[in-house]
Design a protein around this ligand. Sequence first.
Ligand SMILES: CC(=O)N[C@H]1[C@@H](OP(=O)(O)OP(=O)(O)OC[C@H]2O[C@@H](n3ccc(=O)[nH]c3=O)[C@H](O)[C@@H]2O)O[C@H](CO)[C@@H](O)[C@@H]1O[C@H](C)C(=O)N[C@@H](C)C(=O)N[C@H](CCC(=O)O)C(=O)O
Length: 487
Amino acid sequence: MNTYDLLKPLNLITTIGTLPQTVEHIEVDSRAVKPDSIFFCIKGHTTDGHDYAQNAISNGATVIVAEKELDVDVDKAALVVVKNSSKALAFISNLFYQQPSKDMMVFGVTGTNGKTSVTNLIHQLLRHGGEHSALSGTIGFDLDGTLYESANTTSDLITTQRMLVQAKEAHVSNMIFEVSSHGLLEGRLWGVDFDVVTFTNLSHDHLDFHGTIEHYGYAKGLLFSQLGQDLSKPKYAVLNLDDQWFDRYSYMTPFEVISYSMEQDADFAAKDIQYLDDRTLFRLESPEGTFQVETQLLGTFNVSNVLAALASLYAKGESVDSLIERLKDIPPISGRMERVQTTAPLSIYIDYAHTPDAIEKSIQAVMPFKKNRILFLVGTGGNRDKSKRPTMAEKASLADYVVLTTDDPRYESYDSILADLEKGMKHDQYALIGDREEAVRHLMEMAEPDDIIIFAGKGHEDYQIIENTKYPHSDREIALEVIGSRF
Ligand SMILES: CC(=O)N[C@H]1[C@@H](OP(=O)(O)OP(=O)(O)OC[C@H]2O[C@@H](n3ccc(=O)[nH]c3=O)[C@H](O)[C@@H]2O)O[C@H](CO)[C@@H](O)[C@@H]1O[C@H](C)C(=O)N[C@@H](C)C(=O)N[C@H](CCC(=O)O)C(=O)O
């Protein structure tokens, strides 16, 4: 693409050296730079991209965009100095990739818990309706059924644009983003033209990054302001009326709000909910009338997730009747209150719950069909938000027996993680076991007929990060191995 056209939207720039006529690629990682690239120096959390400018030039970059003058080889690459290289990157990517999101139906879902479930439900409901759909989130990039790995829940700005281009080229007209507060604050979604943005709920998480719950909440709110101010086409914010951030988020956008609730009247409201051990039933009140809903998803929080997904697709123009017909066939999402198939006379669930709120909801989800005890295992990550640990254990105390362990201990010692968790325990029926495999084995050795067992924190993940190495780990496999020898 013509370099001068590409740089046109940028004001307040200084250029040192001679710009090449054209550039072929955009990169933010010097290691990925190919000949004829424009390289953006981004100041990160662990390193500073400015330190890699010369490396980018050695790999063939012919334009470097930076926030300061750099001592680099300007005979080989022109240096363009801007005020903010992340914002410059947003403008230039938008031109370079020709705004693919404008030609698609784009959904964004944010919130502390439920993002993965709601994005997956939207994706599956679309695909069960015969539409093509792509999903970017915690599980990776699912392009209409083909899964690609991605490093983050919300990918960096260039990866995001490339996914949109890839989806558009594959004639996929729906793109769904699972949106993290980190991604919003870092502008990873700048330039994405959302049509429907959805909020699940907000509770304690990531305070190591955001400092306070208020900052965390406002970071999530960026998604609603990202609907923009162009009122020439309809867009929607789908908001949870049961969450205290409902009003604040509705003020952040001029677009229509579609509300959903399990507790009060709303555009989409769930009434007369019946929780069974293999499915959930409820009466749905919607703008298109009242319907009986059946879903294979379990637990209160999943009723809320189902409402969020139905309301988001209604915003797109789908009929409620057709959506609830498709919903019946959609299986539980991997690692989200997923029942493990076993012939042993007890129930085992794998859940991703790793926040106090999600832990409470995970245990509450199985209460209605409790026959004997609830045994609950939960771990937390090392070197991340420590303030949530005691409250995680406090909520876990709702179970009859609790095993406190680790999920990704990283560089933190077992003792330090377990000591923080233990502070919150409300009864003495618990064990502290740092090694997760040993912890799973211990819990399964304790199991009796009719018990309900929940392994929380790892969900779909099939690894554990110890120091900086990923080791294979599966709660499910260990549990089934122990159960095989006992029942
Ligand atoms: C704390 C944080 O958000 N870090 C993200 C950030 O990394 P960083 O700031 O450390 O980047 P860096 O490594 O310092 O590099 C700075 C710049 O130098 C460049 N570089 C670096 C090395 C090199 O040799 N050459 C080079 O050019 C890098 O490409 C980058 O442009 O930017 C990277 C690229 O976008 C992200 O992958 C990375 O996410 C890390 C892996 C991470 O763990 N982030 C978590 C906190 C996160 O974002 N989580 C949310 C989900 C939260 C949830 O809801 O559970 C998510 O969206 O994933």
